[in-house]
Design a protein around this ligand. Sequence first.
Ligand SMILES: C[S@@+](CC[C@H](N)C(=O)[O-])C[C@H]1O[C@@H](n2cnc3c(N)ncnc32)[C@H](O)[C@@H]1O
Length: 294
Amino acid sequence: MNKAKINQSIKLELLANPKIDIQVLADKYNVTTMSIGANKSTLVKQGLLEPTNNKHEEFGKRLISGINDEVADVTEVTKTAYKLKKEKNENTYANHDGENKEVARVKIAKYVIDSGVVGTIPTLPNTEWAIEQKIDSQVSGNDFIGVECHEPTFKVMKSNLKKLSLKAKTVFGLIGSIIYTKLENTYAHLILDYCGNLATICKEIEYAIVNDIIGVGGIMAITFSKPIRGTDMQSEKLKGLASITNNIKDERCMSDKGVEAYFNKITGWNYQVVEFFYYQDTYPMTLVIIKRIK
Ligand SMILES: C[S@@+](CC[C@H](N)C(=O)[O-])C[C@H]1O[C@@H](n2cnc3c(N)ncnc32)[C@H](O)[C@@H]1O
């Protein structure tokens, strides 16, 4: 690997896991810890990473010029990200039929179809490609990037795709790896049906919005569990709002006001929050639909 590629891989690992041990990373890429620190500083300056001392740094609009000419290909990016995820052994989705999950799927598909915007759509289809098939049955011309970070799920997702007529490719890794580093108007829509924890996904959502990576008229559909949990909180903007859930465990499901305030805060002038929909999966869930209006 040449120096630029090494630096890019280091940056991607830092983005995927900001708390990674610098020495471990230095050993892995056979570079000095100073070199890791320099990559970290670059990401902090670009607003992609919080400073280590956790001081809030404004996440202003920018062109990611430094990182742009070093972007690794998708396969390499996702391989790197996956190694990190595998260690955590997270994410299996066994509740396809949660109460109102199908309503949420229909809503997501409808917003994409009604937008009239057609193009490339990164998505988390799990094994069934349910939302993607709904879209494809109504409007042609979209191509999907199905991303999955859990290996057994990925294999089934990939083999199921062969039975469908969807125009799609599959990527093994974290969806953040195909969000970070992307520039304006890269995608038509983003279907981020994580059913995850807002605290750990918010940074890539903010990146996508700040950098306008979906085109005008496109939508972002995001699902996550309703409580705002404090662990691994990646956004200062969200941290402030989590406190209104008053930290009493059973009452954190009341955090819809915090969630709504957060999305209204991060969307700015170019986006409109068009719907919040609360439904039941294994846990109480939130679907947020955001539209890029200019
Ligand atoms: C809720 S399921 C998707 C459900 C599917 N869209 C449907 O309609 O049935 C989320 C899937 O995405 C995967 N996943 C969650 N977060 C991810 C991430 N950050 N990167 C890649 N895959 C992720 C999970 O392993 C899971 O298979």
